[in-house]
Design a protein. Structure first.
Length: 160
């Protein structure tokens, strides 16, 4: 949740935002139950808290919270947008190519932008967005298990 001594209501006020029940429910949903939440998960969690809330209201509040710097929208190629509460740093993400699970990875080297492009084209670089792709341990283990099953089935089939 919020850092020790700072409530979510205080965070909203500090960002210049009014504290409303939908806004608080959406911010709570982004911060709760893990990171990198899809909108559908945020909608469900916010509805559990409030009883009713339109999907459009969730999108509207996510936009306001993102603009205020309280949540970060991440768009990983091939996946729907996700939101996370970790803001204010230049961290990256590692994504499993099989199941899509996403984890934070601290900046590759030092402070933002932490990597330097070969050509900046006159831009002042303020942030770098890096996505590392791989296979998570669970999918790697499942893949090894599936490969073993295929070999056993093929050997059984050949012996008949």
């Amino acid at each position: 949740m919020a850092p020790h001594g700072t409530s979510l209501q205080d965070k909203l006020r500090a960002a210049g935002l009014r504290v409303t029940a939908p806004r608080l429910a959406v911010l709570t949903a982004v911060q709760g139950h893990g990171q990198h939440r899809e909108v559908i998960d945020i909608v469900e969690a916010a509805r559990e808290r409030l009883g009713t809330l339109s999907t459009q209201s969730v999108y509207d509040n996510l936009t306001v919270l993102e603009e205020a710097g309280l949540v970060r929208r991440i768009q990983i190629p091939g996946q729907s947008a996700r939101y996370e509460a970790r803001v204010g740093d230049n961290h990256h993400h590692i994504v499993c190519r099989k199941c899509g699970i996403t984890h934070d990875v601290d900046c590759a080297a030092g402070f933002a932008p932490c990597i330097t492009p070969s050509e900046a084209h006159g831009f002042v670089i303020v942030e770098a967005e890096v996505v590392y792709w791989g296979i998570c341990p669970a999918c790697a283990q499942a893949n090894n298990s599936e490969s073993t099953q295929v070999i056993v089935i093929e050997q059984h089939h050949i012996q008949q």
